[in-house]
Design a protein around this ligand. Structure first.
Ligand code: HEC
Ligand code: HEC
Ligand code: HEC
Ligand code: HEC
Length: 344
C-alpha cells in the first residue's frame, strides 16, 4: 500500500485544525526572516573551514555584507528615520532579514556583516559537528544506516539541506517578501523582491561546488529546477496572500502584494495549463477568481490556507521526475540573477 496519500491527508487535517483555531489574523503571525533560534548560531567561519568553495562564492554575493551596506546607505537611513530606529545594526527588525544574529549570554550581536550560511542552512549549534563527521569513522567507511542516521540527526537538529526544497523556498521568501505593513507604508521600504526561485538561486548565489571539490559549480538538476519552479511560486503565493489578508490599510503594502499575487497566479496558471496535477488544480481552483480587495480578506485568508495545504501535499508527493511537462516554463540561463556585488 502506498502511504503517501495518507500522510498528505494527515498534513491537510493538521493545517485546517490550526487555522480554525486562530481567533484573529494579525501581521504578527507572519514570519519576518528565517526565525531560527539565535542562541544556536555559530557563525560562518567554522563552516568555511570545511567549505571553502561555498565561502568563496558567498563572499561575492549581495548577501555577504547586506547589513553594512544598508547601514551605510542613504536609503537605509531614510527608512530608519521614518521608522524611528536609532541604529540599524542593533534593530532586530532590520537584522532579521539583512544579517545573521547570534544570541550569546544576554547580548545579541551580529556574527557577520550580512546574511551568512546559517540564515539559509539553519542555526548550526546542534548539527554542525555531526553532519560533517563520518560517524567516528573515515570517509567512505560508514554503513548505509550510519549515513542515514547522521543526516536524520542533522535534519532533526534544524539543518536545512539542499534536498529540502519546500523548506528552502519558504526560507528564501521569509526575507524576499516583506510582510511588515509599517515598514512598507511608513518606512517606505521595498515591498519585496521580484523573486523567482530558479533564476534567483542559480545565478550569483549558486554554490553547488562542494561535492565537485571546487572543480565545478553545478546547476541544480532538471528535476530540482522543476520543483524549484512550482514550489517557489506556491511558497511565495502563500505568504503574499497572507500579507494581503492581514493588511490594515489600502497603502503600498496591500497594493504591491496584490499585484504580486496576480503575477504569481499567472505563473501557476501556466503550470496548470501544461501539467495535469491534482494539487496544482486544487490550489488553482481556490485562487482562480480570487478578488484582491480588503473587503475580501476572509476569502483571501482561506485561499492562502488552501494554497498551503496543496503545497505541503505537492512537496511530499513529487520528486520532479514526472514534471517534465513544465520544462519550457523554467527560467533559462540568461534569466539567472547575477546580482550586484557590493563595493566597499
Ligand atoms: C568538519 C568539517 C565541516 C564543517 C565545520 C561543516 N561542514 Fe558541512 N559538510 C561537511 C562534509 C564532510 C559534508 C558532506 C558529508 C557527506 O558527504 O556525507 C558536508 C555537507 C554539507 C552540506 C550538504 C548537505 C547535503 O544534504 O548534501 C551543507 C548544506 C553543509 N555541509 C553546510 C554546512 C554549514 C552551513 C556549516 C557551518 C554551520 C558546515 N557545513 C560546517 C563538513 C563540514
Ligand atoms: C522581511 C525582510 C526584511 C526586513 C524586515 C527588512 N528588509 Fe530591507 N530589504 C529586504 C530585501 C529582500 C531587500 C531587497 C529588495 C529587492 O530585491 O529589491 C531589502 C532592501 C533594502 C534596502 C535597499 C537595498 C540595500 O541593501 O541598500 C534598504 C536600504 C533596506 N532594505 C533597509 C532596511 C532597514 C533599515 C530595515 C529595518 C528597519 C529593513 N531593511 C528591514 C528585506 C528586509
Ligand atoms: C541565500 C541562501 C544561502 C546561503 C547564504 C548559503 N547557502 Fe548553501 N545552499 C543554499 C541552497 C539553496 C543550496 C542548494 C542549491 C541548489 O540545489 O541549486 C545550497 C547548497 C549548499 C551546499 C551543497 C553544495 C553542493 O556541492 O551540492 C553546501 C555544502 C552549502 N550550501 C554550504 C554553505 C555554506 C558553508 C555557506 C556559507 C559560506 C552557505 N552554504 C551559504 C542556500 C544558501
Ligand atoms: C535572511 C534573509 C534572506 C534570506 C534567507 C535569503 N535572502 Fe536573498 N537577499 C536578502 C536581502 C536583504 C538581499 C538584498 C541584499 C542587499 O543588497 O543588501 C538579498 C539579495 C539576494 C540576491 C541578489 C539580488 C540582486 O538584485 O542583486 C539574490 C539573487 C538572492 N538574494 C537570492 C536568494 C535565494 C535564492 C535565497 C534562498 C535560497 C535567498 N536569497 C535567501 C535577504 C535574504
Amino acid at each position: 500500500m502506498n502511504l503517501k496519500p495518507l500522510f498528505v491527508f494527515a498534513v491537510s487535517v493538521v493545517i485546517t485544525a490550526i487555522s480554525f483555531g486562530a481567533a484573529e489574523r494579525t501581521t504578527k503571525d507572519l514570519p519576518i526572516g528565517p526565525g531560527f533560534d539565535t542562541s544556536k548560531v555559530i557563525g560562518p567561519a567554522d563552516c568555511i573551514e570545511c567549505h571553502k568553495h561555498s565561502g568563496g562564492v558567498w563572499e561575492n554575493t549581495p548577501h555577504h555584507d547586506s547589513i553594512t551596506g544598508v547601514h551605510r546607505s542613504k536609503e537605509g537611513h531614510a527608512i530608519a528615520k521614518k521608522m524611528d530606529i536609532a541604529r540599524i545594526t542593533r534593530e532586530s527588525l532590520c537584522i532579521n532579514c539583512h544579517a545573521t544574529a547570534q544570541q550569546a549570554a544576554d547580548k545579541t550581536h551580529l556574527i557577520s556583516n550580512g546574511i551568512s550560511c546559517e540564515s539559509c542552512h539553519g542555526a548550526a549549534g546542534d548539527w554542525m559537528k555531526r553532519h560533517g563527521e563520518f560517524s567516528d569513522k573515515e570517509e567512505g567507511e560508514e554503513t548505509e544506516e550510519e549515513i542515514a542516521k547522521r543526516w536524520n540527526d542533522a535534519e532533526a537538529a534544524g539543518m536545512l539541506r539542499p534536498s529540502m526544497v519546500l523548506s528552502i523556498a519558504r526560507n528564501c521568501v521569509s526575507c524576499h517578501v516583506v510582510p511588515h505593513e509599517d515598514l512598507v507604508n511608513t518606512g517606505k521600504h521595498s515591498a519585496g523582491s521580484e523573486f523567482e526561485l530558479v533564476s534567483w538561486s542559480q545565478g550569483i548565489v549558486r554554490h553547488n561546488n562542494f561535492y565537485s571539490k571546487g572543480q565545478e559549480n553545478k546547476l541544480a538538476s532538471i528535476e530540482k529546477q522543476r520543483l524549484f519552479h512550482i514550489i517557489g511560486i506556491m511558497a511565495e503565493m502563500e505568504i503574499v496572500l497572507k500579507a494581503v489578508a492581514t493588511a490594515k490599510a489600502k497603502g503600498n503594502y496591500a497594493i504591491k502584494n496584490a499585484k504580486r499575487f496576480s503575477l504569481l497566479r499567472k505563473r501557476l496558471k501556466a503550470v496548470n495549463q501544461v501539467l495535469d496535477n491534482p494539487q496544482i488544480k486544487e490550489a488553482m481552483a481556490a485562487i482562480v477568481d480570487l478578488k484582491m480587495s480588503l473587503k475580501n480578506q476572509d476569502a483571501i485568508a482561506a485561499a492562502s490556507e488552501q494554497v498551503t495545504a496543496s503545497l505541503n501535499a505537492f512537496a511530499v508527493l513529487n520528486d520532479g521526475s514526472t514534471l517534465s511537462a513544465i520544462d519550457s516554463l523554467i527560467a533559462k540561463e540568461e534569466d539567472y540573477k547575477m546580482g550586484s556585488v557590493k563595493q566597499e
